[in-house]
Ligand binder design. Structure first.
Ligand code: FE2
Length: 297
């Protein structure tokens, strides 16, 4: 159904040269069977344990002392070096209390599991990813952020069309997204949709700090996304989708009775300048680490 080529890594010869051509042409690369099912299941289990241990009243406390908008913003802005939980829309009341069961209410977890949780660290700095980054020619990749997207059955919300470079920008552009299907993803449970090749059109928006506040701004005369070309990526568990920082992508709500867990990592080049007005800023206590060695910058 999809016009996007799919690849598998061959034990002897790695990825074929056509994969590199597809990456450069399309701004995305689909690799099926990249992660063994057991590794996907283990990461889901670790995520479930973190959710179990999470006390939602921590969030309620934050929300009870500020306006809802301010509290939500601050909770997000300071999550770059933490493990935090973000809820689906409309599951928190005015006091920050949950209106439905915790395990089904969480939209995502972020943004530093890869540096704080052993199971996530093992998954994120795995040699298979190091080899792939080298194949793609990613220069001195640093692991910037991690997210576990839960997309729970019946409640998992839409993620609107966006480019990851809107939220994380370097000069020159070096942001690369790694989207791992921890479970089968299809049209019913909210798979990814992509616009192959549209990364060449440039960045349309930036979400950045302006005068102490995070805002989304349009960047002017960049062509709109051509949504007539959208392609769904129905993929089995263990598939990796690599996304160029300017590749538009989207996912629908989960209308099925099945969850659609996905894990994402974003890397940047240590040789590029990470912009000071990006929302995610780490303090000196937790420097970014190289994907290849796990050593801090
Ligand atoms: Fe994204």
């Amino acid at each position: 159904m999809s016009g996007v080529p799919r690849f598998r890594i061959c034990a002897d010869s790695g990825l074929p040269g056509a994969a590199l051509e597809a990456w450069r042409r399309d701004g995305l690369l689909v690799i099926e069977g990249f992660v063994p099912p057991s590794d996907c299941d283990a990461l889901c289990q670790s995520a479930d344990q973190l959710v179990d241990a999470f006390d939602p009243s921590e969030v309620a406390t934050v929300f009870s002392t500020h306006s809802h908008e301010h509290a939500a913003s601050e909770y997000f802005e300071t999550s770059g070096d933490k493990v935090r939980f973000f809820f689906e829309e409309n599951v928190l009341d005015d006091r920050g209390l949950l209106t439905c069961p915790k395990a089904l209410s969480i939209n995502k977890m972020g943004h530093a599991m890869h540096d704080l949780v052993p199971a996530f660290q093992q998954f994120s700095y795995h040699p298979r990813l190091v080899t792939l980054a080298a194949f793609l020619g990613l220069d001195n990749a640093l692991v910037l952020q991690s997210m576990l997207i839960f997309k729970q059955p019946g409640i998992g919300g839409e993620v609107t069309w966006h480019q990851d470079g809107t939220f994380l920008l370097t000069e020159p552009q070096s942001v690369t997204g790694f989207w791992f299907a921890l479970e089968d993803a299809d049209l019913d449970n909210g798979c990814l949709w992509v616009l192959p090749g549209e990364h060449h059109k440039g960045l349309r928006q930036r979400f950045r700090r302006i005068g102490g506040t995070l805002r989304l701004e349009d960047l002017g005369a960049v062509e709109p996304f051509d949504l007539r070309r959208k392609i769904p990526l129905e993929v089995p568990q263990g598939t990796l989708v690599v996304l160029h920082g300017r590749l538009p992508h989207y996912s629908e709500v989960n209308r099925s009775a099945r969850s659609r867990h996905a894990y994402t990592l974003h890397t940047i080049s240590a040789s590029a300048t990470y912009l000071a007005d990006n929302w995610l800023q780490r303090g000196p206590a937790m420097p970014l680490r190289y994907l290849s060695s796990g050593e801090p910058v």
